[in-house]
Structure formats: structure tokens, C-alpha cells
Design a protein around this ligand. Structure first.
Ligand SMILES: [Mg+2]
Length: 182
């Protein structure tokens, strides 16, 4: 007999919902890829946008990341609908400077890829380029208090992933050369 009350997680649905909700809230993977490009192009001049987008996709495939995206977007939407409890409603609506839970939630994304991610996250949060500028527009009528940090964190995490992988590639090439010289 089936047990109707047993909760079963459907990972594919979580992943699909993450992508769909990002799109519905005005963010696509190319825009996040462009942020990655901005963060990494000075270090890796041969880096392409397609490579950046692939790394964004890889970050987005992690459950910790999907959880943060869905939670943040949900809180932004509840704030837009005026459904949060006071005084939280106003703190999130006005993106109150001393309310830091948006950054903390985003750090759960950066955490997955180590310390380079932290530096990039802080940098891009100050600069607010590209899609982050749009998300931060306080005159749009939309609230993206959580999503702006989350998008910055995804870009920072993808940058960190690229940095680690490129270093590993360089080392592999150097090792092969040394082996060849023996
Ligand atoms: Mg924020």
C-alpha cells in the first residue's frame, strides 16, 4: 500500500523550479555568465562567455545553491506582496542596510567553492555591474533584496570554480612537460 503522507524529494523538480524562477524574476544564465567574465577575464584572457555559462550551470546544479535561490526569491516575492510580518516587511522592502540575512543566505552558495569565492562576492557586491544594477534599481517596483546577493554569489562561485580548474589544468600541463623532459 502506498503511504500518501511520506515526503519524497524530487531533485529534478527542485532543479527545474530554480531555473524557472530565476527566469521569472528576470535573470538568465548568460547574464550571470557575463558577471563571471568580468570577474575572471583579467586572469584568464582566453576565457569565453560559453565557458562562463557552463560554470554557472554547474554551480546551479548544486542542491545547496538551488535551496538558497528558491528561499531568497520566495522572501522577495512575499515582501512584494506585503505578506511578511512587521518589522521584517519594511526591512526587506527597503533593503535595510543593517539587515544582513540576504548576504548570509548568499554566502551559503559561495561556501561551496572556497575562499576565492568570498573575495569575488565582496568585489561584485560593491561594483554591482550588469544584471546586478537592474536588480538593485529601487524604482522598479520590484523587490530583489535577496536575489541580488544570490546572483552575485552564483557568479562568485562560478569564478572560483574556474580559478580552481584552470590552476589544475596548468599544473597538469606543467607536469606533462616535466615528464616529457625526463
Ligand atoms: Mg541584498
Amino acid at each position: 500500500m502506498s503511504q500518501p503522507n511520506v515526503y519524497r524529494l524530487n531533485s529534478k523538480e527542485v532543479s527545474k523550479a530554480t531555473e524557472q524562477w530565476l527566469m521569472k524574476r528576470g535573470v538568465n544564465k548568460e547574464q550571470i555568465g557575463q558577471l563571471v567574465m568580468l570577474l575572471q577575464k583579467d586572469y584568464f584572457p582566453e576565457l569565453t562567455l560559453a565557458e562562463c555559462v557552463l560554470n554557472v550551470e554547474s554551480v546551479l546544479s548544486k542542491r545547496e545553491v538551488q535551496n538558497a535561490v528558491l528561499t531568497g526569491i520566495q522572501l522577495d516575492m512575499l515582501a512584494e506582496e506585503g505578506k511578511l510580518l512587521p518589522p521584517l516587511q519594511d526591512m526587506i522592502s527597503y533593503d535595510e542596510g543593517l539587515y544582513g540575512c540576504d548576504e548570509i543566505l548568499a554566502l551559503s552558495i559561495v561556501n561551496v567553492y572556497g575562499s576565492i569565492g568570498f573575495t569575488n562576492f565582496g568585489y561584485i557586491d560593491k561594483l554591482k555591474p550588469g544584471v546586478l544594477k537592474k536588480l538593485n534599481d529601487k524604482n522598479s517596483g520590484e523587490i530583489h533584496t535577496f536575489l541580488d546577493d544570490i546572483v552575485g554569489a552564483i557568479a562568485a562561485a562560478a569564478s572560483s570554480r574556474i580559478a580552481h580548474r584552470k590552476q589544475a589544468e596548468r599544473e597538469a600541463v606543467e607536469e606533462a612537460l616535466q615528464e616529457g623532459a625526463k
